[in-house]
Design a protein around this ligand. Structure first.
Ligand SMILES: C[S@@+](CC[C@H](N)C(=O)[O-])C[C@H]1O[C@@H](n2cnc3c(N)ncnc32)[C@H](O)[C@@H]1O
Length: 213
């Protein structure tokens, strides 16, 4: 989103991270696991710190990188995170056992659209972070927004999808359909009567939504 030089400049300014986080970043790169970008996750963590989130729901754990980063940044928080991919669940559990922040995290295994009952037991949430299948963002949002407390925020990642939301030429029909869905979600969200939303061109584009009072 930013030009390459500025992006590298900001990344170089970031303070050091725990060795386990660096290891997870390397694992994700080598195994092509899409975890949040460095600048994007810093923006997410800062929003959660400002809000002083105590209970966070994450849709899309992957290997547990963002969940553990949230736990580390907010030591008094607890995080409920959902993942359906068995291989990633296994890796996430291993990292959670090794990390001193793992005790703050409850990993729910299954499809996010099918585990509402388990998620609702832990409600209400101060923040919901949506970072799973992009084509289903509206469904995740509609399903879980009711478990947000009145001062809650919902952060949705990848809403600019590598800049593809403004392209008209696509390498495949699948990508074109996905872009259409993300654009549809963005339009719906920005015009939603119940939420104030801003889209920031940070990382892969994040939408920050706050309940209207
Ligand atoms: C972008 S990755 C999550 C990255 C993670 N939040 C991070 O930054 O470390 C998205 C993950 O969501 C999972 N996922 C996608 N759709 C899902 C669904 N309907 N239910 C549960 N998990 C889902 C995928 O298997 C994938 O591991």
């Amino acid at each position: 989103m930013l030009n390459g030089e500025l992006h590298s400049y900001i990344e170089e300014l970031l303070p050091g991270r725990e060795p386990l986080f660096i290891e997870m970043e390397t694992y994700a790169k080598e195994n092509k696991v899409p975890i949040m970008e460095l600048v994007g996750i810093e923006a997410l963590l800062q929003l959660l710190r400002i809000q002083n989130s105590k209970k966070i729901l994450e849709v899309g754990t992957a290997i547990g990188y963002s969940a553990l980063r949230m736990a580390a940044a907010l030591p008094h928080s607890s995080i409920v995170t959902i993942e359906r991919d068995l291989e990633r669940i296994k890796v996430a559990e291993e990292y959670m056992v090794r990390s001193k922040h793992g005790g703050q995290i409850l990993l729910i295994k299954g499809d996010a659209l099918e585990v509402e009952e388990l998620v609702s037991v832990q409600a209400p949430y101060d923040a919901i972070f949506v970072d799973a299948a992009k084509g289903q963002y509206k469904k995740f949002f509609e399903l879980y927004a009711k478990y947000l407390n009145d001062d809650g925020i919902i952060i949705t990642d990848n809403v600019l999808f590598k800049g593809l939301v403004v392209q008209s030429d696509f390498e495949s029909k699948r990508i074109r359909n996905l872009v259409k869905k993300i654009d549809g979600f963005n339009q719906w969200l920005m015009n939603n009567d119940d939420y104030h939303t801003v889209i920031l061109p940070v990382g892969d584009g994040i939408a920050i939504s706050k309940k209207k009072r």
